[in-house]
Ligand binder design. Structure first.
Ligand code: FBP
Length: 552
């Protein structure tokens, strides 16, 4: 099979490791801190996680350790949406295991958590892993969104662990998948099993982060890929001077991706969902904000611009969020009845009369395509799939309508022609940046050390990420430490707390300080493509979000 020149060269890239993980494995010692508490709801969580609650933080330091040479059997799962660097987590884990003991085995569970439930595996070997080093994608073993939820699924997972005689399972996933990892770790202990469970923080959305997890892997590469494309569009917009580009960006709930892309490219407008929610901005107010920029720029003869829209925006606009919430409940409640109806008009009449009056009014007012998209299949957690709602088209339509009114009123005389874009999948499987390649490899290697040290219920953690990789601090964070109780499907459930954009945080403040100028003037920034070879200030640079958070 033909491979690209870059892929060939990337196979030989040796990811950088923190100093504490370099050298002989017998020189990696473990330091344990004091017992920890969860971020909230300590009482409930202590009861739910009797065996894994309150474990200490773990740090790797230079020192003697005779446990890391043990013969181990480990299974690894890729869970949820793709994120650049997943292959390198597996490579780091594999290399760690083999460095510890050549006889150790790594199985990949196929297709996500379902692979563990159904015992579908592939054994990872030297020649197999070598084909995936430093490449994007999750195609090495595939991924999936199955949640290990029912007693039968937990029991089947245990059965697989027993059959394969596993010392550990590593779950590479986001907040939901790592919540699952915490539950599985507790369950295995409760059942008297010695199989350990270790997580690794993945998601391009960047919303699995906290004091100990500075960023999730994949975010760096995804935002750099999108920013390159946005910069290119900005330059085209400024060359042609005739289009307004409405660009929707992935990021299911949090707007970290949109915020980072704005910092990297200086668009005319970027919405931050968390701010929209806090200010309770209505759809009309959002459109007014767009029109204000269009009108002012038209007065300067600049009938073009670039607008960034986080894909989760619709759910954060209070009236739309309320409508989506009601639809989620109705669709769950009337699933059988709804499934039998194929005509959209019949679906609308079934749901329309059950919606609250304000939601029904909004639902009827929405363009038909958008209303249809709001009724599409929910994800396994019962949520609307925001990546499939064409928010960029909705905003284009409403802006055109409003500008017509302004023209008729004599307050606008420019020309408006808009193009919609959606950047999401373009960034999820890109070749990992050097940052993600190094970070992921270190996370995987760290997962091996946590396993060989006998820990369970931990998330592999690498800190101090704005420093050169040799100075990164590696260790593990107890999963229960990041948890709280949240209302899910009518009852309180333990979950890892999602990190939304902090409106008091340095990245948002840096953006807020500049955005009024960006709305009027043309001050675009062109970051260009990710560079893999060349000066470290271009190749190894972390995101602006990470740097600002470290300064702030
Ligand atoms: P994860 O949270 O699993 O990492 O996935 C995030 C994401 O990439 C979102 O940005 C996007 O909305 C969603 O996945 C799309 O999911 P799918 O690929 O299942 O359609």
């Amino acid at each position: 099979m033909e491979i690209s020149a870059l892929q060939k060269v990337r196979y030989t890239y040796q990811p950088k490791l923190p100093a504490s993980l370099s050298g002989e494995v017998s020189d990696i010692a473990l330091e344990l801190g004091a017992p920890t508490e969860s971020v909230a709801d300590q009482g409930d969580l202590k009861t739910l996680f009797k065996r894994t609650y309150g474990k200490p933080l773990a740090a790797f330091v230079k020192g003697k350790n005779d446990r890391l040479g043990r013969l181990l059997k480990v299974g690894v799962i890729l869970s949820g949406g793709q994120a650049p660097g997943g292959h390198n987590v597996i490579a780091g884990l594999y290399d760690g295991l083999k460095k510890g003991n050549r006889g150790s085995t790594l199985y990949g569970f196929l297709g996500g958590p379902i692979g563990l439930i159904e015992n579908k595996t592939v054994e990872i070997t030297d020649s197999f892993i070598d084909r995936y080093r430093n490449t994007g994608g999750f195609d090495i073993i595939g991924s999936g969104r199955t949640k290990i939820e029912s007693p039968e699924q937990f029991a089947a997972s245990l059965e697989t662990a027993k059959k394969l005689n596993l010392d550990a399972v590593v779950i590479i996933g986001g907040d939901d998948s790592n919540t699952n990892a915490a539950l599985l770790a507790e369950y295995f202990l409760e059942q008297g099993s010695s199989t350990q469970v270790i997580g690794c923080p993945k998601t391009i959305d960047g919303d699995l982060k906290n004091e100990h997890i500075e960023t999730s892997f994949g975010f760096d590469t995804a935002v750099k890929t999108y920013s390159e494309l946005i910069g290119n569009i900005e330059r085209d917009a400024n060359s042609a001077k005739k289009y307004w580009h409405f660009i929707k960006l992935m990021g299911r709930s949090a707007s970290h991706i949109a915020l980072e892309c704005a910092l990297q490219t200086h668009p005319n407008i970027c919405f931050i969902s968390e701010e929209v929610l806090e200010k309770k901005l209505s759809l009309d107010q959002i459109v007014d904000q767009i029109c204000a920029s269009v009108v002012k720029r038209a007065a300067n003869k600049e009938n073009f611009g670039v607008i960034l829209i986080p894909e989760g925006l619709v759910e954060f606009i209070p009236e739309v969020g309320k409508l989506i919430g009601e639809l989620n409940n109705l669709l769950a409640l009337h699933a059988g009845e709804f499934g039998k109806i194929s005509l959209f008009s019949d679906q609308v009449s079934l749901l329309g009369e059950k919606l609250s009056p304000s939601s029904a009014e909004l639902f009827m007012r929405l363009p038909q395509d958008i209303a249809r998209q709001l009724l599409m299949d929910r994800d396994p957690h019962g949520n609307v799939q925001v990546s499939r709602i064409e928010t960029e088209k909705l905003l284009i339509g409403l802006t055109e309508k409003k500008l017509k009114e302004l023209k008729a009123a004599g307050t606008y005389s420019g020309s408006f022609s808009a193009m919609g874009h959606f950047f999401g999948f373009e960034g999820r499987c890109a070749f990992p940046s050097n940052f993600d390649a190094d970070y992921c490899y270190s996370l995987g290697f760290g997962a091996f050390v946590l396993i060989a040290s006998g820990l369970t219920g931990y998330l592999s953690s690498i800190k101090n990420l704005v420093a050169p990789a040799s100075q990164w601090i590696a260790g593990g964070v107890p999963l229960t430490m990041m948890m709280n109780m949240e209302q899910r499907h009518g009852s309180k459930k333990p979950v890892i707390k999602k990190a939304l954009v902090d409106l008091e945080g340095a990245p948002f403040k840096a953006f807020a300080a500049e955005r009024d100028a960006w709305a009027l003037t043309t001050g675009y920034l062109f970051p260009g493509a990710i560079q893999y070879y060349g000066p470290p200030e271009i190749c190894d640079e972390p995101t602006r979000t990470l740097k600002l958070e470290h300064q702030g």
